[in-house]
Design a protein around this ligand. Structure first.
Ligand SMILES: Cc1cc2nc3c(=O)[nH]c(=O)nc-3n(C[C@H](O)[C@H](O)[C@H](O)COP(=O)(O)OP(=O)(O)OC[C@H]3O[C@@H](n4cnc5c(N)ncnc54)[C@H](O)[C@@H]3O)c2cc1C
Length: 494
C-alpha cells in the first residue's frame, strides 16, 4: 500500500471500535464526536501532504526493498542526506500544525524504525524479539499506520517500584503466558492522541529494579484490542468553539489517555521484549530510540518556539508597545532563544555520528541540550506573551460581537490597535495569543514542552553524569601544569 491519503486514514479510524471513555461516557463513534473531529482532520491533512506534488519528494522516498513510497520517518538514516531527508519531513509536518501537535505519526515511526534497525540488541536476549519488531516495522510502514505510545507508569506511589505497589497489577505487567501470547494487566500513561490512532505501542523508560521483571515488557497491539480501555482526560474544547475565537484550541487539541489493560492478549508475534530487567533498562540506549526521535522532537520544538515568538512579536506590534526598551529586550530574548534552538538543531544534523552498523545519528549532545532548554524557553515565551498582552488578553470580544451590527462601530473604535491595525485584526492576534498563554489548551502545550520525553530535571542530571564520564578535564590539568612546585607545605603544626 505505501503512503496513505487523509481519506484512507479517516476510513481506518471509522472502521475501528476502540473502547474510549471521556467525561464518564463511552464514546462509540470517535470520528463523529465533536471533540475528535477537528484533530482527525488535522492528522488527515498530514497524510494528504504525502501526496501533494509540492511536498511528496520532500517528505517521502521510494523504499528500495518494496518499491513503494514511505514517509521519511521510516528511513533509518545511513548518510547525511538521510538526516536531511528526515529533517525536511519532520519540519513539513511540524509547520503544518505550528509545532503544536507533538505526537504526529512521524514521531513513533522513528521509534519503531530504530527498534527494528538495531536487531543485534534484542537478539542477545531472545531469538524471536528482533524478528517480531522487524515484521511490525514492515507492517506499519506498508500500511502507513498511526501509533500512540505509553511508556510511563501511572503516578501512584513513585517512591516504590512497580512490584511494590499495593496491587501488583497497578502498573502494566504480564499476568501469564499462554499458547497464543501474553496476558497483560494494569495501566500505562500518557497516550497522546490514542483515540484517533491505529495502534498502541508499549515500552518503558529505563529504571527497572530486580523484582520488576513482569513489568519490563514491550509490545504493540491495535488500539481496539478487546480489554484495552482508553480513559481520556477532560476535554479542553467541546469541538464547537469558533475558529475566530479559538484559532488554535479549536483545531489542534491532542487528547491524552491512560491505557488500562484488563487481561489483554498480546499475540506472541507482537511481543518485542518481556521478563527482562536488563533488556528493559538498555532498550533506549542500545536501539537509539532516544536519539533519533529526539531529532523529530527538536525540529517540532523549534517550530513551536518560533511560532510562539512570532505571536508575541505581532502582539506587541499590534498595540505599539514594541517601541519600549523593556518589551524589545523581552522579544529579543525570545528571538535569541529561537536562534539557539535552530543552531543546536543544525549542529546536531551536521555533527552526526556514524555507528559501526552504518546507522547515522544526529549528535546526541546538542539534541539533549535542546531537550534541556525548551522546558524553560517555551514557558518564557508564554510568560512574555502574558506580560505584553496584559489586560487586553482578557478583554477580547467574540466573533459574534463583531457580527452584531449594533456593536460593530463601538468595537471598531475601542478595540483598534496602533495606526494601520484594525480592531478585528488586533483582537484576532490577541485571541491567537490567548489560546497559547491563557486557555487550558495552552497550558497543556506548556506542560507538554516540560515533560514530553521524561522529567527534564533527571534528564539533565543524566546528561551531566554522562558528560563527566567522558570528560578528561584536560584544560584544568593544562592550566595547572605551569605552576611551579610549592616550596613549603602546610603541616599540621603550623
Ligand atoms: C502533555 C503531555 C503529553 C505526553 N504525552 C505522552 C505520550 O504520548 N506518551 C507517553 O508515554 N508519555 C507522554 N507524556 C508523559 C511523560 O512521558 C511524563 O509526563 C514524563 O515522563 C514525566 O513523568 P511523570 O509525569 O510521571 O512525572 P513524575 O516522574 O511522577 O515526576 C513528578 C515530579 O517528581 C519528581 N520526581 C519523580 N520521581 C523522581 C525521582 N526518582 N528522582 C527525582 N525526582 C523525581 C520529578 O522531578 C517531578 O518534578 C506526556 C506528558 C505530558 C505532560
Amino acid at each position: 500500500m505505501g503512503i496513505r491519503t487523509g481519506n484512507e486514514y479517516i476510513s481506518a479510524i471509522k472502521s475501528r471500535q476502540p473502547e474510549v471513555w471521556m467525561g464518564g461516557e463511552r464514546i462509540t463513534d470517535v470520528y463523529n464526536h465533536p471533540v475528535f473531529q477537528q484533530p482527525i482532520k488535522e492528522i488527515a491533512k498530514l497524510y494528504d501532504l504525502q501526496h501533494d506534488p509540492e511536498y511528496q519528494d520532500q517528505i517521502t522516498h521510494v523504499c528500495s526493498e518494496t518499491g513503494e513510497r514511505a514517509n521519511n520517518s521510516f528511513l533509518l538514516p545511513k548518510s547525511a542526506e538521510d538526516i536531511q531527508a528526515r529533517s525536511r519531513a519532520f519540519e513539513v509536518y511540524a509547520r503544518a500544525t505550528f509545532g503544536l501537535m507533538g505526537r504526529t505519526p512521524d514521531f513513533l515511526n522513528t521509534v519503531v524504525t530504530n527498534m527494528a534497525g538495531n536487531p543485534e540488541f534484542l537478539d542477545k536476549y531472545h531469538p524471536d524479539w528482533s524478528g517480531n519488531v522487524i515484521s511490525y516495522y514492515n507492517y506499519i510502514k506498508k500500511n502507513d499506520l498511526f501509533l500512540t505510545h505509553a511508556i510511563i507508569n501511572p503516578q501512584n506511589d513513585r517512591s516504590k517500584a512497580s512490584y511494590e505497589q499495593e496491587d501488583m497489577f497497578t502498573h502494566l505487567g504480564v499476568v501469564k503466558e499462554t499458547d497464543d501470547g501474553l496476558i497483560v494487566r494494569g495501566a500505562k500513561m500518557l497516550a497522546t492522541l490514542a483515540p484517533v490512532t491505529d495502534e498502541v505501542i508499549i515500552y518503558s523508560f529505563p529504571g527497572f529494579a530486580p523484582g520488576d521483571e513482569r513489568y519490563a515488557l514491550a509490545f504493540a497491539v491495535p488500539v481496539d484490542t478487546p480489554g484495552l480501555k482508553l480513559i481520556c482526560r477532560e476535554q479542553m474544547q467541546d469541538g464547537k468553539r469558533s475558529l475566530f475565537d479559538h484559532p488554535l484550541a479549536s483545531r489542534f487539541e491532542e487528547m491524552d489517555a491512560v491505557l488500562a489493560f484488563d487481561d489483554v492478549l498480546v499475540p506472541w508475534n507482537r511481543v518485542f521484549m518481556y521478563n527482562n530487567v536488563e533488556a528493559g533498562n538498555l532498550l533506549y540506549s542500545k536501539t537509539g530510540i532516544n536519539q533519533q526521535p529526539a531529532h523529530q522532537s527538536g525540529v517540532r520544538g523549534y517550530v513551536k518556539l518560533e511560532f510562539a515568538t512570532e505571536v508575541a512579536c505581532k502582539l506587541a506590534d499590534s498595540i505599539g508597545v514594541d517601541q519600549y526598551l523593556n518589551v524589545q529586550t523581552d522579544l529579543g530574548e525570545l528571538v535569541q532563544n529561537v536562534e539557539t534552538i535552530r543552531s543546536l538543531l543544525r549542529t546536531a544534523e551536521r555533527e552526526y555520528e556514524t555507528l559501526p552498523t552504518g546507522e547515522v545519528r544526529p549528535a546526541a549532545a546538542p539534541l539533549e541540550t535542546i531537550r534541556g532548554m525548551l522546558p524553560t524557553m517555551y514557558p518564557r515565551a508564554i510568560e512574555v506573551m502574558q506580560i505584553i498582552g496584559a489586560g487586553g488578553l482578557l478583554m477580547s470580544p467574540t466573533g459574534a460581537d463583531f457580527e452584531n451590527e449594533e456593536l460593530r462601530s463601538h468595537l471598531d473604535k475601542y478595540y483598534g490597535g496602533r495606526a494601520g491595525v484594525s480592531a478585528e485584526e488586533r483582537v484576532h492576534i490577541f485571541k491567537l495569543a490567548w489560546d497559547l498563554c491563557g486557555e487550558a489548551f495552552g497550558q497543556r502545550l506548556l506542560q507538554y514542552e516540560r515533560y514530553y520525553t521524561g522529567d527534564p530535571i533527571r534528564k539533565r542530571a543524566i546528561f551531566y553524569n554522562q558528560y563527566k564520564k567522558k570528560q578528561t578535564f584536560s584544560n584544568v590539568r593544562d592550566a595547572l601544569k605551569g605552576s611551579p612546585p610549592l616550596k613549603t607545605r602546610m603541616t599540621e603544626t603550623n
